[in-house]
Every structure is written in structure tokens, then in C-alpha cells.
Design a protein around this ligand. Structure first.
Ligand code: PMP
Length: 453
């Protein structure tokens, strides 16, 4: 029998053809809008990735509220994608919508701070334990700026990342391991600089390789997610981060933790939940409740060194910041979100739902006997098509199966369930109901049951 990931593959292909037809026939309005959009949007969509979903044409959203969205054909979806974390605390949270309306009438951007900025900085320090902060518009920007500061602070050129990482559109860190050698990520468009000149890459959970990369004292910083979440999911082994932090310290390399996804671990991210002590910390996406904004924090020592670097630099463009960064609207959104949405109570509910989801998926996998596994970081759950969770980016990449993921995602969409495209990531928000989780688990199991080998 022709099997793949424990499935009868010819049967899976037949099911997929039926699902594509069902999707298309039930969504005439989305199809019509997709056709019209192709006249003037390059690739038919405002951002080319929007064309990478599992659907035969774009799904057009009419409204998104709490744990659900509705499409333009009137179908309702329980949303476990939640804007791939941008709406991790629910779509359009009421306190954020209110703050936006109020601030919208009072001014949007002035290149000067509002009173909200003072409250936000104190709250960030309280939550994350880092005393000093800067704002950015996106997590990509925040990472780019954090790398600039790390190089300015240390006077070193080299960067270190983990194989298979993703930190947004940050050119410097698109370096992968291929047969043990660093190579620029082949999919990058229009990149002409030899990225391997200044960027080193090692596998996650490999302390010996990490020390080898740091030993010559040329690495400005290690930029990493505390757990890898962009190549499926890879958790740190016990003691990994304590040892990695000590190595960074020994060789004078700054540790920058990118908590943009691992903010699912708790109100102070994985850092607070696990007692880590990075020199800098980046977090974007859900921080403004869906409004573009991000922040990055500095330890007292890193902040002091950043101030020295700035003082010593000639007056002029720093290469850090954008005109609308920290605008009045984004700051109002972040204040409302931190104060009233991203609360301890919200996390308590999300953890309960995520546990229900992970347990449900695991039980379904066991009942159906497919070689898949489930991994969870707080409110974020991932299903991977392998019996044992991968230990590094190389292993995680080897088991990615876009075609199978697309089949599953489309099957779920046809049943009013949305999960993150590109891999099998499922987020829950405070409004996600236990019955939403039950529906997702049931549809996931019926997908497997329909095509199991
Ligand atoms: N860091 C991490 C860990 C991410 O997962 C992402 C996006 N997936 C980013 C940074 C970039 O976020 P944005 O696209 O909002 O700039």
C-alpha cells in the first residue's frame, strides 16, 4: 500500500480533491472577490503569503470577533490560527477596540510620546523583569533593531542563530545548516549579500556546537526563540537554557530571546515562566491586541552599554526606528491590551483550553494509531507528523509535509475550523470554548479515520 505518515495516500488525495470542490462550491463570494483582486493585487492578494493557504482561492473575512471569524459567504469558523499569534488574546478585544476609538479621536501620530508610554514601560519592566525598553512596529523590526544594538554594544560583527529559526524579515539571520555547513536560505528573494560571512548557525539543544561557535569571542549575540516554534515545534531539553546562558556569558555574547510566539508561555513569556535572564528580549505580534507594534527590552547592563554606544556614535541616522514607531494609537492599544486583556486570568483560561486540546489530539492520535505527536507551550499546541517530538531544527524540518498539512487544514476549514497555515499550530484565546476544542478534536480525528492506512 502507498502510505505516508500512517495514511493511505491515494485515498488521502481523493479526499483532498473532494474537499477542494466542496470548499469552492460553498464560497462563491470569496471566489468572486479573489478573481477581482487578481486585476490589481500582484499575486491576487495584498501580501503574497496570503496565497499560501490551503484553499483553492483566498478566503475573504467579513468579521473577526473573540475566538471566531466569519467569511463573506456567511460561514463561521472557530479560529485556532488567531492571526498566527497577532490575535492570540482573541479578535478585536473590547478594551483595545475602545482604546482605539478613544485615541482615534485624540490623535494618531506625532513623533512624540503620550502619557500611555510611561505606564506601558513600567508594566513591561514588571512583567518581563528587564528594566529598560524600546518600541518597534513589528517583531521583525524589533529583532533587526536588537541585532543593531547588540553589535553596537559589543563592537562584534558576528551573529549566532539556531538552524531552522524564523525571526521575521531579518535578512542577517536567514542562514541554515545544509549537511553541517551554513548556507543562506534558498527561498530568499533578491538577497545578494553573503549572509554566511557574519552569521553562524548551530542546531538547537547542541551545547557543544554552541560553545564551538562562541569560543573565539567574535559573536555579538545569540538570537533565539526560547523554544522553536516556526519549524513545527522544538522544546529545549532540560538544563539547555541554563547552560546556554552561562556559555553566552562566558564568551561575552549577548543573549536575545525572541518571545514573539513563546509569549504563549505566560504573562512574562517563557523567560519569566522558566527564570531565564536574557540581556535583551523581543516581543511583538499580540502586544497591541492586533494593532501593529512590538517592544524590546534591555537588562540594566545592556542598557548602560547601549547608552554608551549611542553617546560615542556620531550624530546622524542610527538605522534604528521608523517614523510611526511608538505612535499614539499603537501605544494606546498596547496599554489597553496589557492592562485589561493579556491578564493572568486570561492565561489561566487559555492554559486550561490548550491542555484540553493537546490531550484530545493525543488521545485521537492514539486511537487512530498514526505515528504523529503533539507538543505544547502554554496556549500554543503543535501536531507533528512524527511519533517523537524533534530535538532540533534539522530533525523538525525533515518531517515537515506541506501537502499533508494543506489537506488537513482544508478539511478543517470546510468544517468551520481554522488552524495556522504552513504548519499545524493551534492557538486558543480566552473566548475559546470547551465545545470549540471538542469540535476541533473530533474533526481532526475524523480526518485521520477517513484516510488511515
Ligand atoms: N519572531 C518570531 C519568533 C516569529 O514567529 C515571527 C513571525 N512569525 C516574527 C518574529 C516576525 O513577526 P512579524 O512578521 O510580525 O514582524
Amino acid at each position: 500500500m502507498n502510505t505516508r505518515a500512517g495514511l493511505d495516500w491515494p485515498k488521502a488525495l481523493q479526499l483532498h480533491a473532494r474537499e477542494r470542490a466542496a470548499f469552492a462550491s460553498a464560497r462563491p463570494r470569496s471566489r468572486e472577490l479573489s478573481t477581482q483582486a487578481a486585476d490589481h493585487w500582484l499575486f491576487g492578494v495584498p501580501l503574497h503569503w496570503m496565497d499560501d493557504w490551503s484553499t483553492p482561492f483566498s478566503l475573504y473575512v467579513r468579521t473577526a470577533q473573540g475566538a471566531a471569524f466569519e467569511d463573506v459567504d456567511g460561514h463561521r469558523y472557530s479560529d485556532f490560527c488567531l492571526g498566527d499569534t497577532g490575535a492570540m488574546f482573541g479578535h478585536s478585544p473590547v478594551p483595545v477596540a475602545r482604546a482605539l476609538a478613544e485615541q482615534g479621536a485624540r490623535g494618531l501620530t506625532a513623533m512624540l510620546p503620550t502619557e500611555d508610554a510611561v505606564w506601558v514601560s513600567a508594566e513591561l519592566a514588571r512583567r518581563f523583569g528587564l528594566p529598560f525598553w524600546q518600541f518597534a512596529m513589528t517583531a521583525s523590526d524589533a529583532n533587526r533593531f536588537a541585532l543593531r544594538w547588540a553589535r553596537a554594544i559589543t563592537g562584534r560583527r558576528k551573529l549566532l542563530v539556531f538552524n531552522g529559526c524564523y525571526h521575521g524579515t531579518v535578512d542577517d539571520v536567514f542562514v541554515d545548516l545544509a549537511d553541517g555547513r551554513p548556507v543562506a536560505r534558498a527561498s530568499l528573494l533578491g538577497q545578494v549579500v553573503d549572509l554566511t560571512q557574519n552569521t553562524r548557525v548551530v542546531e538547537f539543544n547542541d551545547l557543544a556546537a554552541l560553545e564551538d561557535a562562541l569560543r573565539d569571542g567574535q559573536v555579538a549575540c545569540l538570537l533565539a526563540e526560547p523554544a522553536m516554534t516556526n519549524i513545527g515545534m522544538v522544546l529545549p531539553q532540560a538544563g539547555f537554557w541554563q547552560a546556554a546562558q552561562a556559555l553566552c556569558r562566558r564568551y561575552g555574547t549577548l543573549l536575545i530571546l525572541d518571545e514573539t510566539h513563546t509569549i504563549s508561555s505566560g504573562p512574562g513569556g517563557y523567560t519569566r515562566a522558566h527564570g531565564l535572564a536574557p540581556d535583551m528580549l523581543v516581543v511583538g505580534k499580540p502586544m497591541g491586541g492586533g494593532v501593529p507594534c512590538a517592544v524590546y527590552g534591555f537588562s540594566a547592563e545592556a542598557a548602560e552599554r547601549a547608552q554608551t554606544a549611542k553617546r560615542q556614535a556620531p550624530v546622524g541616522h542610527s538605522g534604528i526606528g521608523t517614523t510611526l514607531t511608538a505612535n499614539m494609537l499603537a501605544m494606546a492599544a498596547m496599554r489597553a491590551n496589557l492592562a485589561e486583556v493579556m491578564t493572568d486570568e486570561a492565561y489561566r483560561i487559555m492554559f486550561e483550553r490548550a491542555e484540553q486540546l493537546a490531550d484530545g489530539l493525543e488521545a485521537a492520535i492514539a486511537r487512530q494509531g498514526v505515528p504523529w505527536c503533539v507538543t505544547r507551550i502554554g496556549a500554543r499546541t503543535e501536531c507533528q507528523f512524527t511519533p517523537h517530538p524533534p530535538q532540533n531544527g534539522g530533525e523538525a524540518e525533515a518531517i515537515l509535509d506541506d501537502e499533508l498539512a494543506h489537506m488537513l487544514h482544508l478539511y478543517l476549514l470546510n468544517r468551520g475550523l481554522s488552524i495556522t497555515p504552513f504548519h499545524n499550530m493551534m492557538l486558543v484565546c480566552p473566548e475559546t470554548a470547551p465545545s470549540d476544542v471538542d469540535r476541533l478534536v473530533a474533526a481532526f480525528e475524523s480526518f485521520i479515520a477517513a484516510i488511515r492506512a
